[in-house]
Design a binder for this molecule. Structure first.
Ligand SMILES: *Cc1c(COP(=O)(O)O)cnc(C)c1O
Length: 381
């Protein structure tokens, strides 16, 4: 099945009791048993819920994986992956990482004896020297947040596998519409479903998808043992959001290109980061592994002034100043004080993340209105 058909149909079957075409919100904590241990496959809602099952099947189909698990947030999904490791295991992670992921790794899991190395991965040959016999996991984000670096998933997966390590890709920025890491050699895909997959800025959720049966079993055990599961209502909202994922992503990509070109041509704009530019250092890799370049754009002002960047953000009227991304509405964020404030300033600077950097999540509004809004906000500085 092609992507659009999967987005509309995968995982969703008419309700067996009524024929309801949409999966009901099974708002229940428990299920009645005929006799002790004799039940219909559902015992307690932390362990299984039919609305969640439908969503998990949909997500598995979209990522071309066999097993999918949903969690109460993207961070809960990441936390679950980390709990499959043991003390003294090592993780190699992208240096340009979502702030919350960095915080979870360094401030929570280092305490339990897991070691992290944060390294740039655009230059794959450099990567090999960071592996040790203790390296169990390579954790990558591509495109990275907020600098939109692209990592060659196929290449780094080969290097990791040659060293006996597994590969996790945080695919939040691309969404399964633009990129399927499992097909490029990754072992596990993680999503902040909160973003493009849910797509309407009304849910916080995470997901993991894999073809690795043993790992899926461990993760499912932890999902039930620790219990960071999403609510049935939220699963319903995400199932609804997924039905238009392909249409929304197409619009995000089209508007993203228009806005990236607009910014690049504006005299007050300095550097613009968008993987669709032919001069983007990883453009060829992006073309190879993605089906479009997405709606995330970062840029600086030509004068590099933090005060002017703040004035610009305060002047926007169609773009809303807010954390998060991937919703139908356009958002603008300031990584240094918002999404990436949990990364120490020295670490941010090492990764090339300047305090004047502005990040846009381009929505699906009319692109002319979006350009006009950026134009008036740039005129205010
Ligand atoms: C938002 C985000 C997360 C965390 O997900 P939550 O749903 O907010 O817990 C992880 N990775 C990336 C790239 C994100 O953008």
């Amino acid at each position: 099945m092609k992507f659009a058909t999967k987005a509309v149909h995968a995982g969703v079957v008419p309700d067996p009791t009524t024929g309801a075409i949409m999966t009901p919100i099974y708002q229940t904590s428990t299920y009645v048993q005929d006799s002790p241990g004799k039940h219909k496959g559902y015992e307690y809602a932390r362990t299984q819920n039919p609305t969640r099952d439908a969503l998990q099947a949909s997500l598995a189909a979209l990522e071309n994986g066999k097993y999918a698990l949903c969690f109460a947030s993207g961070m809960a999904a990441i936390d679950t992956v980390m709990k499959t490791l043991n003390p003294n295991d090592e993780v190699i992670a992208t240096n340009d990482l979502y702030g919350g992921t960095y915080r979870l790794f360094v401030r929570v899991f280092e305490k339990f004896g897991i070691k992290f190395r944060f390294v740039p991965m655009q230059n794959a040959p450099e990567l090999a020297k960071h592996f040790t016999p203790q390296t169990k996991l390579l954790w990558i984000e591509t495109p990275t947040n907020p600098l939109l670096n692209i990592i060659d998933i196929e290449h780094v997966s080969q290097i990791a596998h040659a060293h006996g390590a597994k590969v996790v890709v945080d695919n939040t920025f691309a969404s399964p519409y633009l990129q399927n890491p499992l097909n490029l050699g990754a072992d596990l895909v993680m999503h902040s479903v909160t973003k493009y997959i849910a797509g309407h800025s009304d849910v916080v959720m995470g997901a993991l998808v894999t073809n690795d049966e043993e790992w899926a079993g461990q993760l499912k055990f932890l999902q039930n043992a620790a219990g960071a599961v999403p609510a049935p209502m939220d699963c319903f909202l995400v199932l609804r959001g997924i039905k238009t994922l392909h249409l929304r992503m197409k619009a995000h990509c089209e508007n993203g290109e228009i806005i990236a070109q607009f910014l690049a041509a504006h005299p007050k704009v300095g550097q613009v980061w968008w993987p669709g530019f032919a001069h983007h250092p990883n453009h060829e890799i992006a073309k190879k592994q993605m089906r479009g370049f997405g709606g995330m754009i970062s840029f600086t002002l030509k004068n590099d002034s933090v005060a002017d960047a703040i004035r610009f953000m305060e002047s926007l009227q169609v773009f809303s100043l807010a954390e998060s991304l991937g919703g139908v509405e356009s958002l603008c964020g300031h990584p240094a004080t918002m999404t990436h404030a949990s990364i120490p300033k020295e670490e941010r600077q090492k990764a090339g993340l300047r305090d004047s950097l502005i990040r846009l999540s381009v929505g699906i509004e009319d692109p002319q209105d979006l350009c006009d809004d950026l134009k008036q906000a740039l005129a205010s500085i």
